[in-house]
Design a protein around this ligand. Sequence first.
Ligand SMILES: Cc1cc2nc3c(=O)[nH]c(=O)nc-3n(C[C@H](O)[C@H](O)[C@H](O)COP(=O)(O)OP(=O)(O)OC[C@H]3O[C@@H](n4cnc5c(N)ncnc54)[C@H](O)[C@@H]3O)c2cc1C
Length: 556
Amino acid sequence: MAHELFSHCLQSANARGLNQAPPLTGYNLFLSDKTLVNAVAREGADWANAQLSDLGRLLGTEEVQRWGFDSNENEPVLYTHDRYGNRRDEVVFHPSWHNLMRTSVEHRLHSLPWVEKKKGAHVARAALMMMTAQNEAGHTCPISMTFSGMAALRVEPELVREWEPKMLSSMYDPRFRPAQEKSGVLMGMGMTEKQGGSDVRANTTQAEPVGRSREYLITGHKWFCSAPMCDAFLILAQAPKGLSCFFLPRWTPTGERNHFHIQRLKKKMGNRSNASSEVEFAGAWARLVGEEGRGVNTIIEMVHHTRLDCAIAGAALMRQGLVQAVHHARYRRAFGKLLIDQPLMRNVLADLTIESEAATLFMARLASSFDARESEPRERAFSRIATAIGKYWLCKRACIQVGEALECLGGNGFVEESIMPRLYREAPLNSIWEGSGNVICLDILRALAKEPASLDALIAEIRLAAGADPRLNAFMAEVESSLVKGRNGSDSEGQARRLAEKLALVLQASLLVRHGSPAVAEAFCVSRLSGDYGYTFGTLPAGVDIDTILSTQLDS
Ligand SMILES: Cc1cc2nc3c(=O)[nH]c(=O)nc-3n(C[C@H](O)[C@H](O)[C@H](O)COP(=O)(O)OP(=O)(O)OC[C@H]3O[C@@H](n4cnc5c(N)ncnc54)[C@H](O)[C@@H]3O)c2cc1C
């Protein structure tokens, strides 16, 4: 009898999921993120609040969360040939991928600042992107490349006239048809070749001019080409005057399939909903973009914008990691108490919160510099260096912050049914593409050496917080002296990561002291700046106001 009773209790405990957190669903990703809501208002983008709240609510629904899981569990499939042996070069996606793409295109994540020429448009888009990447990051790749590609295409008025209306369209049209027949188009990028991704000057793909003005035939390969079903690509190839940038559509202007052959899809660690391919160009038709021989200078405008999106994605992954960890801790009991009431867990969660809030402020400030960079030289200079710092730092921090957040869920965090493994696998990707960690740090050195206005703008920004906190003042002095040493030192390259870290920390501290919650700003300065801190999250020193820091998460 006792045995039967025990067995009955066990069955009902199993059936009820005893001591398990309910799924985190039915919440608004915008309204529940006070740091984001405040940043949007501060940077003048609150005209977009209705749209932000609409998308935030949608992304929190069970149905849209399901799209994220389904599109990753049902990976895209490549068809190189049709049944008669003709080349097909098509990738077929699960319907959930198209649902995600449609939602993002309809919310204009690929185009908002180019359409809505209002103050704060980049910030509004960054906030939309930050929420979307929390739900499903893979599909934001073609969204980001379309947004960024537009920035680089501006130098070619004829191409803009032809392509811009469809690139800016909020109609998602996934049909593999010539652009002329479509209501909306998307754009990708091909720079990386087998022999080198960072060092694009080693590209071997050849571009041969073909009589008519600015038209070329491209022959060669790309080792990574994501979202190959995009309608057109900005690629790099060697022309007679050197490495140049080209616009290469999947269909030629006469409506024939271009010689763009997808060899295979990469089997990836993460980012599985998205197709990343190897492609071969067999005399593919393309148009020159910018000056022949100045390809890197031309495509860098696209890269600058995709780097912004990497920084946004880093902040997004950290926010989602935090939200999931706090949610779990509010429901899960161990040793007679909820995890959220266990002092050591509170230290970990508070520390994750600090990192996430600092990242959100950084990405919003970065996005606001994109709003102003056309009209204000100082903002342009700030954007130049801060984008590299943000891309480096937020992507790096996401790798470890998300890992720690995953552990807060214990074994459940390691299981695919939670979103945590997906966040964890996505995190390093943002650090690799669009310039891997070292390459970005070297880019920071390049900006400091060749564009002194970027350093002046950065220092001016940091100094806006001068006098607000003694630890920040001391750190600022140290950073300024390392900048001088870096300029004169013999091993500036070898020390570039140390410098990038310091620049990131001082910029984040300056933003937090001015705009963050006071308890978070204080905890950031005491831990990250004054060194009273360990090597892992959850090592905040005694005296940090953990209750206040966590209350911002628990109110939401
Ligand atoms: C999923 C995925 C999708 C991608 N999609 C695209 C795409 O659509 N289009 C595209 O063009 N590319 C794409 N890439 C490629 C990506 O941009 C490259 O992998 C990246 O730029 C690094 O190039 P690489 O792989 O050749 O590594 P390498 O350039 O060989 O670099 C290897 C390592 O060496 C470091 N390194 C390089 N130079 C230096 C130096 N001077 N000093 C110190 N360290 C250095 C790098 O930081 C890196 O850690 C994608 C990559 C991935 C993983």
